[in-house]
Design a protein around this ligand. Structure first.
Ligand code: ZN
Length: 207
């Protein structure tokens, strides 16, 4: 029997936290109407809070979550008019939280070493993060970093590759955190285009 596919709990947690953050009232005037907003906005519902607590506990205990749960969450987000914004926000959240699992010593070393020496270390961290948190693979090709995700959680969640914005956003933020670059990220291959896997290319350089 093949074991069911799982994801790191930080992945579904990043989706939920993005929903909560996008749906949070932005000023005091909004806050007065929170009870009414609760009913309308997915991000403020009790269900979302309960799920956030559950995945937060799973992160603490290093318990992986069923991939299908993350796919179902992505589908819910995919129905929203602001799906792309939520996926981009979730991607940044995942990149930041997974980057925090890099040891402070490694992070400091990456920043103080000249880029020639720092980059192999940064690449190793990027690989570790992609494997653990995205079930993906990272490789360097010349001055680019390629992220390949064979089984995407978000690809079927919304039309026009909107769901793929999630991984794109993770990669962009990860490159920014690791080498300070904020170069272009391109979605070079996509399951939705019948290309077998989803793959992104990012510029890999220190600015
Ligand atoms: Zn794609």
């Amino acid at each position: 029997m093949i074991a069911p596919a799982t994801v790191d709990p930080l992945l579904p947690l990043s989706l939920l936290e993005a929903v909560r953050s996008v749906d949070s009232p932005r000023d005091d005037q909004d806050a007065e109407y929170v009870p009414e907003l609760r009913n309308k906005r997915l991000g403020l519902s009790e269900t979302v809070y309960a799920q956030i607590r559950r995945y937060t506990a799973a992160v603490r205990k290093s318990q992986r979550a069923p991939q299908e749960e993350a796919v179902a969450l992505a589908r819910l987000i995919g129905r929203r008019a602001d799906a792309q914004e939520v996926f981009m926000s979730a991607g940044r959240i995942l990149a930041r939280q997974s980057f925090e699992t890099t040891s402070p010593v490694t992070r400091r070393v990456i920043f103080v070493l000249p880029s020639l020496l720092a980059r192999p270390l940064a690449l190793r961290e990027a690989r570790r993060i992609a494997q653990r948190y995205l079930n993906g693979n990272i490789r360097r090709v010349g001055g680019s970093l390629m992220l390949e995700v064979p089984v995407s959680v978000t690809v079927d969640s919304a039309p026009k590759e909107r769901g793929c914005a999630y991984y794109e956003s993770v990669l962009r933020e990860l490159v920014r955190l690791l080498v300070g670059g904020a170069g272009a990220v391109e979605h070079v291959r996509c399951v939705a285009r019948g290309e077998g896997v989803c793959e992104w290319r990012a510029e890999w350089r220190r600015t």
